[in-house]
Design a protein around this ligand. Structure first.
Ligand SMILES: Nc1ncnc2c1ncn2[C@@H]1O[C@H](COP(=O)(O)OP(=O)(O)OP(=O)(O)O)[C@@H](O)[C@H]1O
Ligand SMILES: [Mg+2]
Length: 383
């Protein structure tokens, strides 16, 4: 077989699909929230929520493309400033990035050295220079955590007299449901003027999305069509994320290309396994020494006991491993915390056992991934 792909980039993260499928309700809600702009009114502030991979970024980009086309046709002044906040943990950092996004080339400012009010003033001046209607999109905005100063200042800049020529709307996008609750009440009031929620995709919806992408990405005879419902069902069951489904198709395509075979259901099963191995390897790599030992001991216990293990039993195993490894074992309490961290990170599944009359709780743990996959990942790290 000569090739698998017609266009592999169709399955990549930064590909922007021409058509947004299966999101009619959300597009409509978005359109309604944006409609004042079309009528020359003041833009709403909008908050967009939903789990990872459910189309928040893709739909937002699509809506703005459409809006931009329409407003440009009508010769209206309309600007979108898009900022991904992923690596920006403070309002200050985001404000600097926005300034640099808007500043003329050569007039960018360094990331430190200004007082926050100075940066905000520069930002307001630049927004006023641009004028017209401006939407500031803060994607993955939860990265700023509780430092929501900018989210307070920006939506009320005009009311406070800091903006004269520009009408600014803020669009915040987040996959962290707790983030909204952490915002100060004033910020919640203004920023969440309109809220749009994106639910997880079900298998049928994912099938529509994956069918279109597979057609554009793969050669016609490179794949068995049965892989589409298969991949859709897997992603729907696990996360409801279109990204997960697309990742699966790409991994299966790569595997088929390497081995010069057709992508069939067996290829997809192998791709699932490969993706799991890659993910586990990546996350194990980032663990501290003791967290890794705690994970290994839970894994070994799960294999030995063939059932969930109690903290006490895992700790005994851990203490032996740590000694063998030449490390001082953590105390019991710290070890409990380590197990708790591993559950929060998704490595372990924890459940509570009530200890009966004298009250008190204890926990049992099992590993969420295939034990072999974990142990392979650890040994590859040359532990
Ligand atoms: N309705 C859809 N139609 C076509 N493609 C879609 C649709 N929804 C999602 N996708 C595709 O799935 C992938 C993930 O979508 P997107 O990046 O929009 O997720 P997100 O909700 O922004 O996730 P995160 O919270 O992780 O940023 C992208 O490649 C996107 O093109
Ligand atoms: Mg996104």
């Amino acid at each position: 077989m000569s090739s698998v792909y017609k266009n592999r980039s169709v399955l990549s993260e930064d590909y922007q699909p021409e058509a947004i499928l299966e999101r009619e309700d959300e597009k409509q809600a978005y359109g309604a929230a944006l409609s004042p702009i079309l009528n020359g009114g003041k833009p709403n502030n909008i908050f967009v929520y939903g789990n990872t991979g459910v189309g928040k970024t893709a739909v937002t980009r699509y809506m703005f493309r459409q809006l931009d086309d329409r407003l440009n046709d009508e010769d209206k002044d309309f600007t979108v400033v898009w900022q991904n906040c992923r690596n920006q943990t403070t309002s200050y950092q985001v404000a600097v990035s926005l300034v640099n996004e808007l500043a003329p080339r050569g007039e960018e400012i360094p990331e430190t050295g200004y007082a926050p009010p100075q940066v905000y003033n520069m930002l307001f001046d630049l927004l006023d220079d641009a004028g017209g209607t401006i939407l500031v999109v803060l994607d993955e905005v939860d990265a700023v955590g509780s430092d929501d100063d900018l989210l307070y200042e920006l939506p009320r800049a005009r009311a406070e007299g800091n903006l004269k020529d520009a009408h600014v709307g803020v669009v915040g996008i987040s996959n962290d449901y707790q983030f909204r609750g952490q915002l100060s009440p004033q910020v919640q009031d203004t920023l969440c003027e309109k809220e749009i929620t994106f639910p997880a995709y079900d298998a049928t919806e994912l099938q529509t999305i994956l069918t279109a992408r597979a057609k554009a990405a793969f050669d016609n005879d490179a794949y068995d069509e049965a892989i589409i419902p298969q991949a859709a069902a897997m992603a729907a069951k696990d996360s409801g994320s279109a990204r997960q489904g697309l990742d699966l198709l790409r991994e299966a395509g790569d595997l088929a290309a390497e081995e010069e075979r057709v992508i069939d259901e067996e290829t997809v099963r192998e791709a699932v396994d490969r993706l799991e191995r890659t993910n586990v390897r990546r996350s194990v790599q980032d663990l501290t020494n003791h967290a890794r030992l705690a994970l290994i001991s839970t894994t070994l216990k799960t294999v030995e006991e063939k059932e969930r293990s109690r903290t006490k039993n895992i700790y005994e195993k851990y203490a032996v491993l740590a000694e063998e490894n030449g490390d001082d074992p953590l105390g019991y309490r710290s070890f409990q915390n380590r197990l708790n961290d591993l559950s929060m990170m998704g490595f372990l599944d924890r459940s509570t056992v009530n200890k009966g009359e004298r009250g008190g709780k204890s926990y049992t743990y099992s590993v969420t991934n295939d034990p072999d996959v974990i142990l392979d990942a650890v040994s590859e790290l040359n532990y």
